[in-house]
Design a protein around this ligand. Sequence first.
Ligand code: C2E
Ligand code: CA
Ligand code: CA
Ligand code: CA
Length: 279
Amino acid sequence: AKDAGGTRIQFFSAEMSIETKNRMALELDLRDALERDEFVLHYQPRIRLGDDMACGVEALIRWNHPTKGLIPPNAFIPIAEATGLICKIGSWVLRQACADIQLLVERIGIDLVLSVNVSPVQLKSPTLCSDVRHALEASGMKASDLELELTESGLIEDTDTSHQLLRELCDIGVRLAIDDFGTGYAGIAYLRQYPIDVVKLDRSFLGPSSGTDSTMDFIKAVTEMCHSLGMRVVAEGVEDSNMLQQLVRSSCDEAQGYLFAQPMPLSRLDDFIIDRQAS
Ligand code: C2E
Ligand code: CA
Ligand code: CA
Ligand code: CA
């Protein structure tokens, strides 16, 4: 048994060094990725459960790596956060997404709210507010059409800077959403402390054990609480119509997930939005 343990430790450390090497290589490449224009945004529609129409889209970044192909955000956002590169990348995302969606809205004449993910690291950055202002000005998008998705961990690290930053963002007039709600260990007191417009229920609520009575009771209770605080509720990661029906019964406001659409390149987004409007 001791032998097996020893072997496992060796194996494990070999794995780690490969991982470390990969990570270092990615980190080096990541520094030039912005200049080389290697990032792309995909958009996932958000559906309003009242009338089944697409009422918004979430911008989701991918890295089009020259040799490794399309890299998903979970493989490089943590590196970008650790190195601070996330602030420049986040600034690019804001500009690009606002420009993309404002043009689309003007072209097809259908209103959409744009959601952009904001890392906790950006919440500590003094440039976030000016990044938001510039993205709005350059694109011509109304502040109220832009929603910033923040995570619980970003909010409860309640430094003076982040507190003031949120206030400034509110003054600009953008909407604020809590992403991945229910995955953190935060109490929910902060929901009253900040002017939050939207709560996004994490996919893990709707995961394997989902659809059970207790899960649905829970979602119902959370939704009622959010509504009483004046917030709307969006379910993430909705994959089947059973779940959708239960969300409708729980008075959930909007849903997003593979059942409706996967994140897609901008070039395919207009057709989806228009078809959804017509049906
Ligand atoms: P997130 O903000 O929670 O985004 C939702 C993730 O769930 C996306 O993964 C989306 O493709 C995926 N998803 C949507 N519907 C379904 C479904 O029905 N089933 C399943 N299994 N998954 C679904 P993605 O695009 O890989 O993004 C992962 C995470 O990376 C995001 O999680 C977000 O935290 C982060 N991220 C993405 N883009 C950005 C960005 O521009 N800035 C920052 N800071 N983070 C980003
Ligand atoms: Ca999100
Ligand atoms: Ca989420
Ligand atoms: Ca997430």
